[in-house]
Design a protein. Structure first.
Lengths: 256, 599, 128, 116
């Protein structure tokens, strides 16, 4: 490097085989105004300390791997530019509200289970043959759920949601938004099944509309909005359960 | 590497991208009693299919024909594609795409509710399905979410496969994989195996490909004795952002974007790609012409413009401009919003008001694991699909938007055949395979954990040298000298790789170890690319030799096959003929002469 | 191996982000709303006791302390209304064809507009 | 899947949130500022008008609804705030004072309004 311009990266380190407590380690990294925080971490791993552990892949904000706390804020590190922090030190930690596997890597099993819990796939009674062509869906019908289909599963919203940190049974913003995405899809008939999942315990009701999930979401999914809408649908479903016992087939998809 | 465990299933799929997930569903759906293992080094939705932007081709509209899609694909491939495979591909494409629609993919729509299509490079008519400009993302998530419906798909997330396990009878029966969380080497066994590990763009320094596209599956098959086919054909996408290599999708040109040089001139007209229409002309953008020419040609034009001194010099090298301004804000936001987002974040410009600086960038590997038209390799029980495989439908140049469809068509097909194989050959020798997996664990331990700590090579050093060698030696234009130099460097790197030294010798989440293994894969792929390139003394599609400028059908209407040599010497290159059925090789024309029958 | 590391939850999490503090500020309006409702019930109870008792009650709540208390209750009630109606576009999106009604318009049409009208009508009715 | 009664409380909470937002600011202005303000004559006149309105049975019913729902709204929010502050384990127990209080308030409101 011609110019010796550098920045300090303070990185959360924890190794399950050797540490019982985490510690912070400082690295001087070259300052490059095109660089994102992820570039700096990769530079450290390549040149200084090969044991530094993190996840990444696409470095264009769509694979959802590289979420970390950057100065206390949940961020995609491939979309957080050094120039926005320069010349002050940058503190990098694993996403909060998740257990830490090692260094900047958090445990994802719980999150993956929650995604599965909301049955995020098309549920229909009458499955068309592909030879009958596509299901028709107008642009207006597409618009009903499109926004909620943009989630990259980066989990920043879980790091921003205090309830996700306190309540294990809470499905959390991304999973609920995903369930809502399918509920709003005109091709789907599985609403009743999904709402049934949401109606249990704190699954959806844990959300007190803190709204920070939406604030940090890099893909403008607005999980907070999705959840409030889903709550209204779930409440309707709940009352419907009293008016007509399950299986009478009035609820969308509840038919046998 | 600590002692591992054994897991048994019916079919093992290595890779959780588009191809791997499609194959998983195909098997799970048709054989409910089968247990399918999907092994992936990253969580499936992180797979690189997620980055694909532009769209996926399938002919369904009344004004389109299967015949035209076939012809566009074959001519786009510069006649190096196997025509029986292309026919199968094009015929299956509509049903596969509709299937994905039925699984919930949020395709962009026409006002009447039918799926919308857009024009793409090298295609005679608009037939590319799209979900705004996040097509791959939506396809991958739709597929992944659909797999969650099937209890008989068992995922091995964050398991890094390092070796194929071959039974005494020569059949492939699983893989050895490192469970990242613990560092254990597991034997994941089944009655047949499908490799769906994606491309190898990371052989090059400047690429649209993410960190995980390191050709692991290609290397695993290569080492196990399967040939790597047509590896000299590497696609440069004409419009990557300088610096990062982030892709600006071809859809931006499909929607009407134009390429201009430093004089504001649409230079493509100087290179036999037709005459430009004014951007306000209703006929713009013309299919199979100008900005909608094929990628190999467009990337080559850039280099020629650069040689002529008509490109724009920037801090990040030479660029031309992709101008979208005339599309207007509303259209940009509706059809290609991600392009705007990317240009704003990573190039600091807003395409509504400024042209986007772009340059060619390594994007796709046409070649790959040699498979026949049933997706079967030469090892019984071993199949491959997706970017890692070479069927081949992409020949010397893939047409944009054929790859995503290929994942579906051949993912499903590989699944079907692998399941059938599993049914027909149910018995295998567990103990022998376990021993192989243990050997593999021991090999990895020896190679990376037992080496002396002092004096070894660093991963980044070798990787950087590999990048330089391949960029200089096997770029858009190559010749004997440059390719020989690349071959020599790769051979040298292979030697030095033995002395690789890693800092981290612990077990849990050792990503330095996986980076080292990935470097090994890159070297294997680079070797096949450079040697295949050196042997092919003609120019065809993306393989342009400055010392052999013409296409030579006499000698080279043939697939190259690179065979790994166990002693580490240069690969042996053989050839096998291209399957030609109804479309004899012809001149590859774009622009005015391009319309075969229509327009 | 010592396994995964679990970071402890902090009780005072709501100080950690400005958004959390805004959230808490919104939630605690409920304490004041509840308090005011009790006061309202007492007030209405006095009304039941006849006009004289009511006027006497009114006199007793017109002191500066009561004034302040009412001011706080008013602020809380307004903040509740502002945040509640502000969230309406998120919780109840309105589509016109493919396009979502822009949030500010939706908030005015479905929230702020009716709220201000109701408030104005009630106040006018008492003042007229 | 066991459905929790939370749906019911949430629905009432939401309805109450709307009621509280629409009416409570105006009520505070009226009972906190307009009625106590001014000289005796003005106060008397406003009080008379107020009493007349509140004494009309449709208004009584409306008031009962608004107050009941607003109380539940507040009770629900208080309960969840306490939960968010660390009383998750006691979430069931909290129902007693929160919803019980709202119910008691509703009964009280009914009695008070009956008496006007
Ligand atoms: C930026 C970009 C844009 C593109 N746009 C388009 C487009 O618009 N249209 C189009 O048709 N094509 C497009 N392509 C090409 C297309 O997206 C890819 O060819 C395709 O997605 C590859 O899919 P795949 O399933 O073969 O592999 P991938 O999606 O790359 O998946 C590979 C899988 O293999 C796993 N894997 C790899 N190695 C190992 C290992 N050692 N052990 C275990 N698992 C392993 C990975 O974890 C991953 O799950 C684009 C490509 C890029 C890079
Ligand atoms: S909702 Fe947004 S923040 Fe949450 S996981 Fe999805 S993309 Fe990330
Ligand atoms: S931050 Fe949490 S509480 Fe609800 S609105 Fe978002 S999920
Ligand atoms: S690396 Fe893929 S989102 Fe950041």
């Amino acid at each position: 490097m011609a110019d010796k311009d550098t920045m300090t990266l303070e990185v959360f380190r924890y190794h399950p085989e050797t540490d019982s407590e985490p510690r912070f380690q400082s690295y001087e990294v070259p300052y490059n105004e095109d660089w994102v925080v992820l570039d700096a971490i990769n530079w450290v791993k390549d040149h200084v300390d090969g044991s530094l552990t993190h996840r990444w892949s696409c470095r264009m904000g769509v694979c959802g791997s590289c979420g970390m706390m950057v100065n206390g804020e949940p961020k995609l590190t491939c979309a957080a530019f050094l120039k926005d922090y320069y010349p002050f030190p940058i503190k990098v930690e694993p996403l909060v509200n998740f257990a830490v596997e090692r260094d900047l890597v958090v445990a994802m099993d719980g999150f993956m289970e929650k995604l599965q819990d909301v049955k995020p796939y098309i549920i229909r009674d009458d499955v068309n043959d592909t030879s009958d062509g596509e299901y028709r869906q107008s642009p207006a019908e597409l618009a009903q759920y499109k926004q909620y289909s943009m989630c990259i599963n980066c989990m920043l919203c879980y790091a921003a949601c205090p309830v996700a940190g306190h309540e294990d049974d809470f499905l959390g913003p991304a999973a609920l938004a995903l369930g809502h995405r399918y509920n709003k899809d005109s091709r789907d008939q599985g609403q009743a099944e999904r709402l049934d999942v949401m109606l249990a315990g704190e699954a959806i009701w844990g959300c007190t509309f803190v709204g920070e999930c939406t604030v940090v979401c890099p893909k403008h999914v607005d999980p907070a909005g999705a959840i409030q809408q889903a709550k209204a649908m779930a409440a309707q479903e709940y009352f419907k359960g009293f008016v007509m016992p399950k299986g009478t087939g009035v609820a969308k998809g509840a038919a046998k | 590497m600590s002692h591992g465990t054994t897991h048994q299933h019916d079919v093992i799929i290595i890779g959780g991208g588009g191809a791997g997930l499609r194959a998983s569903i195909a098997i799970a759906q048709e054989n409910p009693s089968f247990s399918v293992a999907c092994v992936s080094k990253v969580y499936p939705m992180r797979s690189h299919t997620v980055t694909a932007e532009g769209g996926a081709a399938a002919s369904i509209k009344p004004n389109d024909t299967l015949e035209d899609h076939i012809y566009d694909t074959i001519s786009g491939a510069d006649w190096l594609a196997d025509q029986d495979a292309v026919e199968y591909f094009v015929n299956q494409a509509p049903a596969e795409m509709i299937q994905l629609e039925h699984w919930g993919c949020p395709w962009s729509r026409e006002p009447d509710g039918s799926v919308a299509v857009r024009p793409f490079g090298g295609m005679k008519i608009e037939r590319t399905w799209f979900a705004a400009d996040k097509t791959g993302f939506h396809m991958l998530h739709s597929l992944f979410q659909t797999t969650l419906k099937y209890d008989n798909i068992v995922r091995y997330d964050e398991h890094f496969a390092t070796r194929l396990l071959i039974d005494d009878d020569g059949r492939c029966r699983g893989c050895a994989a490192i469970e990242l969380q613990t560092g254990r080497v597991k034997a994941i066994l089944g009655k047949s195996v499908i490799i769906c590990t994606g491309g190898a763009g990371r052989v090059f320094p400047f690429t649209t490909n993410g960190a995980i596209k390191t050709g692991d599956g290609m290397a695993m098959a290569y080492r196990a004795g399967v040939a790597l086919k047509d590896m000299e054909f590497i696609q440069y996408h004409p419009t990557g952002l300088p610096g990062t290599g982030i892709l600006i999708t071809e859809a931006s040109r499909g929607e009407g974007g134009i390429l201009i040089n430093k004089d504001g001139y649409r230079y493509l007209q100087d290179y036999d790609l037709g005459q430009p229409l004014d951007v306000s002309d209703p006929g713009h953008p013309q299919k199979r012409a100008m900005e909608l020419g094929p990628r190999d040609k467009l990337s080559q034009c850039f280099i020629k413009e650069r040689w002529a001194g008509r490109t724009i010099e920037t801090r990040d090298g030479h660029v031309v401009h992709l101008d979208l301004r005339h599309l207007g804000e509303a259209k940009i936001d509706k059809r290609i919003p991600f392009v705007r987002e990317l240009a704003r974040s990573y190039a600091g410009i807003d395409p509504v008001h400024q042209p986007i600086p772009v340059r060619p960038v390594v994007h796709y590997v046409m070649g790959g694991i040699d498979v026949d038209s049933n997706s079967a390799t030469t090892i019984p029980g071993l199949y491959a699909a997706g970017e890692c495989a070479c069927v081949s439908i992409n020949g010397a140049n893939r047409l944009g938007s054929n790859s995503l469809t290929e994942l579906l068509v051949f993912g499903a097909q590989a699944g079907k055949h692998a399941a059938r194989f599993a049914m027909d050959h149910p018995d295998y020798n567990v103990a022998a395979l376990e021993t192989q997996a243990e050997d593999e664990g021991a090999r990895v331990r020896r190679a990376f954990f037992d080496a002396p700590r002092k004096g070894g090579e660093r991963i980044v050093t070798l990787r950087t040298e590999l990048h330089e060698a391949m960029e200089n030696g096997a770029g858009i234009y190559r010749d004997a000298e440059s390719l020989e130099a690349a071959c020599a460097t790769v051979a040298d790197l292979r030697e030095r790789y033995r002395k690789l030294n890693i800092d981290d010798r612990t077990h849990s989440f050792n990503t330095e170890l996986t980076a080292a293994l990935e470097l090994g894969s890159l070297i294997d792929c680079a070797e096949a690319m450079a040697h295949s390139g050196l042997q092919r003394t003609e120019s065809r599609g993306s393989h342009q030799r400055l010392d052999h400028k013409e296409r030579n059908d006499e000698e080279f209407l043939a697939h190259s096959l690179a065979f790994h040599q166990a002693d580490g010497s240069a690969p042996q290159i053989e050839y096998k003929p291209v399957t030609i059925t109804r479309w004899p090789p012809g001149a590859r024309t774009y622009g005015a002469g391009s319309g075969l029958k229509r327009e | 191996m010592s396994g995964q590391y679990h970071r402890s939850h902090r009780w005072a999490w709501f100080f950690e982000r400005p958004g959390y503090m805004r959230f808490m500020l919104r939630e605690v309006t409920s304490f004041f709303v509840a308090g005011y409702l009790v006061l309202l019930l007492v007030t209405l109870g006095r009304l039941g006791g006849g006009e004289a008792a009511f006027v006497e009650w009114l006199a007793s709540v017109s002191g500066p302390w009561w004034m302040t208390a009412h001011l706080v209750a008013l602020a809380a009630a307004i903040w509740h209304a502002v945040t509640w109606f502000g969230a309406v576009p998120q919780a109840m999106p309105i589509y016109v064809g493919e396009n979502r009604l822009p949030a500010p318009i939706a908030a005015i049409v479905m929230g702020y507009g009716p709220w201000l009208t109701v408030t104005a009508v009630i106040v006018w009715w008492v003042l007229r | 899947m066991k459905r929790s009664s939370e749906a019911l409380w949430w629905a009432l909470f939401s309805a109450g949130g709307v009621m509280a937002a629409l009416f409570v600011p105006a009520f505070v202005i009226v009972t906190g500022f307009l009625l106590p303000a001014g000289d005796a004559a003005v106060a008397a006149e406003r009080t008379a008008r107020f009493a007349a309105a509140v004494g009309w049975w449709p208004v009584k019913l409306a008031l009962l609804g608004i107050i009941a729902l607003s109380l539940i709204h507040a009770g629900h929010r208080i309960r969840h705030t306490l939960m968010d502050l660390g009383m998750r384990k006691q979430s069931g127990l909290l129902k007693v004072p929160c919803y019980g209080g709202a119910l008691a308030g509703t009964v009280w409101a009914a009695m008070v309004l009956w008496g006007i």
